[in-house]
Design a protein around this ligand. Sequence first.
Ligand code: GLU
Length: 475
Amino acid sequence: MSDTKVVRTRIAPSPTGELHIGTLRTLLYDYALAKKNNGQFIFRLEDTDQKRYVEGSEKRLIETIKDYGLNWDEGPDVGGPYSPYVQTERLDIYQKYIQELIDKGFAYYCFCSQERLDSLRASQKAAGHLPKYDQHCLHLSKEEIQKNLDAKIPYTIRMVIPKNETIIFEDAIRGKIKFNTNDVDDQVLIKSNGIPTYHFAAVVDDHLMKITHVFRGEEWLTSTPKHLLLYRYFNWEPPQFAHLTVLLNPDGKGKMSKRSGSTHARAFLDDGYLPEAMLNFLMLLGWNPGNNQEFFTLDEFVKEFSIEHLHKKSPVFDRKKLDYFNGYYLRQKTDDQLFDLFKKFLPQATDNQIKTLVPVLKDRLVKLSDLQTQTKFLFEDVEYDKDLLLKKGTTPELAKVMLTKTKELLSNFSDIQNRITNLIGENNWNVGEFFMVFRVAICGSAFTPPVVDCLPALGKESTLRKLDIALNKLS
Ligand code: GLU
């Protein structure tokens, strides 16, 4: 690739469901490389696999990326000089280019039936060979091809793969990579429904859209020789490929999967992770700045980003680290900003309740969805067992005295903290013991936010009712 080109990167998701968190990471690197070099970042929708199409997912993909605060310079929604950016709207373009390959002898019609291909595959597998098309249709004569076309026999179009050639390319992350073409299948480029496969459409589009760098998952590495051959057949200059590592499950075992929680970018936002925390976490999941800096705004990341610092080793998706980032970014928020976020995650709370809760909860919050569990007692009388009140070894008699006296005290709902402290002192109660009894009575749980600070959000009436419920349990 010549150095004078404007850097153009793209993210090319398929509308087959929610945006994967790994795709968001790839997108972040695409974005950073383009922006750092004053280039352009492009969104292209790769919707050629109609079997895997999930209704409405293109809209969701776009919304999710925007909710993370990321944008593109060209794409289906904003247009651009290489429109359209949706592959099924570009079918006539692929048609033109496939014809060029057929005419040059680099692609051929394949009339093999699915049954034939299936049995070929089965016999190759049984013999312990890698399943591969046997080029049955490679040498059909012009007449045979025409006869089959006239007879409307369904066909695909495959690419010609040269025999026993070594394809070498320089991956920006992995260095020199070699493939022998004997291991490469005669890839279908156009399916029997006339729609291109990913391989063909992506190469044509990356060329026409002047993409200079392709970041993609390492699962595409073995497809790269096919793509490089296509570039060669067309006499086009290939982009710089960079195959990113896969994300591993938090336990380090295997590719990140649903068993360790959702893998969808949207789910993390729904779970109350802040976009900036997620992005910061993802930045460092496969890249390092070469120093100890941990916190990066998007702009700082763009400034620091370099392909050289992308990792070769697959990173573990460490949720504890993610929680750490989220806590950090939550604590950067002002109370007003937190008010809005709390409101979103606690829609059942009144504005006054939220105003009380923000200062009480903000320092201990890991993710915003935790607010629901932490404040459940404000909105319902949580079921609990009487024994929980006595968790610290308190006798039922003492617990009763504690709660009765506290109830009396709380008939006046002012200066609660000081008056409770005095009450504990006057009665010589053990502080820890008292607060366990009181906490369980109010919240129905032994693990709660600072209970006294939450009382204004609960209100006098509900507080007294909860004390009555606890006293009933003890009687
Ligand atoms: N449509 C492909 C995918 O969703 C894109 C791969 C690529 O970036 O080339 O995995």
